[in-house]
Design a protein around this ligand. Structure first.
Ligand code: SAM
Length: 179
């Protein structure tokens, strides 16, 4: 399944750290691209460094108008999945979403305009309590991909972690080192 993410809402400028974390979760948990506006352009640089070191060609696009992205993605046959605590519980719709071929996941910041709810094909709640866009996105991606994203390895990475009970074991190219 092709998965992309769109971050919307007001006061995004003051929310750089959360936007960075939403981006890291998108990349690590199986999405291929994130769209955002009013974001610090340094996020692009941060993610490009992460891609270089740990692999993948995850993309960050700074956009002007979020509604145009939704319209474009609808034309490209993406289904729009909006994460909101007011939506249908993920337990009841996850099987349906897993059957989709392409989805654009909308995650909000402080205030999400009403149009996002109307433009969405699915308004999905990760439980009906308020929490965070970072946790909501991580849980949604896990429910959709059923853990497969946690086994993902990238052949183009400069480094690879060898899981270990204690300490760190990281392979850098052909050399193995512990620190
Ligand atoms: N009441 C706010 C609203 O929905 O406008 C909550 C904002 S919350 C800090 C930021 C984002 O986290 C929301 O826009 C939504 O994408 C996500 N989120 C928070 N709780 C959620 C939940 N229970 N289910 C799904 N998404 C959630």
């Amino acid at each position: 399944m092709k998965i992309e993410v769109l971050r919307i809402g007001t006061r995004l400028v003051r929310d750089d750290r959360v936007t960075t974390h939403v981006t890291l979760v998108s990349r690590a948990f199986g999405a291929s691209k994130i769209y955002m506006y009013d974001a610090n352009p340094e996020i692009k640089e941060t993610i490009s460094k992460v891609n270089k070191m740990w692999g993948s060609d995850f993309k960050v696009e700074i956009i002007e108008n979020w509604k145009d992205i939704i319209k474009l993605k609808k034309k490209e046959s993406f289904k729009i999945v909006h994460l909101t605590m007011y939506g249908e519980n993920i337990d009841t719709v996850q099987d349906e979403i897993r059957k989709e071929e392409k989805i654009l996941i909308i995650v909000g910041a402080e205030k999400v305009p009403r149009e996002a709810y109307d433009m969405a094909d699915y308004n999905i709640a990760i439980g009906n309590q308020p929490h965070s866009e970072i946790s909501a996105l991580a849980i949604l991606l896990d429910r959709i991909l059923q853990g497969q994203q946690l086994q993902k390895k990238y052949s183009d990475s400069q480094r690879e972690i060898i899981p270990t009970k204690k300490g760190k074991n990281v392979i850098t190219k052909n050399a193995s080192s512990s620190d």
